[in-house]
Design a protein. Sequence first.
Length: 320
Amino acid sequence: MDPMSPATVALVTAPHTGQGWSDWETPLVQKALELEGITAQIVPWQKAADWSSYRVVVMRSPWDLYEDIHRFKAWLQQIEGVTTTFNPSTVLRWNLDKRYLKELASAGIPVVPTSYVACGEAPRFPQEEFVVKPVTSGGALDTARYQPHENDRAGHHVESLHQRGQTAMIQPYLADVDRSGERALVFFNNRFSHAIRKEAVLRRGDAANVMRPVSEVHPDPKPYEPTSEELSLAKSALALVPNSKELLYARVDLANSSTGAPVIMELELTDPVLFLALSNGATQRFAKAIIQRLEQRQLTDASAINALRQNRLPPVSTCV
């Protein structure tokens, strides 16, 4: 097959991951697509590629985007005019700013209580253990956990975020995470696929400005059966995402509040680890979800799907 055929699906990654961030999921998705007869290519987002040569561009692991978010957004604007992205670019832009939590809370969705400290504003820290993070980050980068007597250290953290033009977020640390862990519910095409539970990520005394390896961002993940309350909460939150019906993939991260009820920690709609190896058939379900989007959006009709599988394009109509 010609990997540069216009029928190709691009699976977007980073030029390099490093720091223990090996992306082993995307090659599995590529193989699953090709077993379905769909040509797929793994492409770093910073590569000088002809993005118009791809029928669809699926975000997978562009994990270095947080090092130059403005460049990533400019790239996104460049490609959205020549191809179709999944998730949609409107979703990606919305999800890259964690102030979406304010929107969810305003709509009645239980989220981790959050205050926002814009550049130039002075932070007010709670009298309990708390977390400071930027509104745009991934992999727990620039995120740290503080005790009430560490206000000076936390203040320096906020100041460093402001110096880089970032609004800071302050949240109470959910103590139940140390006992019950975090849960992540994964959806493909708005259908629940599988879930995992993992141990607490943030440890007391850890520095904020470090890129944690994936084993520390997702410590000891195990398959998990979500409760009906957790499933309902995740679906309600996803329904409020702009252009939510076009979501190809989503990961909803939950934890228990001080009352024991689940709350939204984050919606991972840009570049989430999907824990495909922890659920039988998850990789195949994701691949089939991509193909379903090709069909549903009428990027191809039945003859074009066959053309994809035969590496040829359907005839161009001469009707006007």
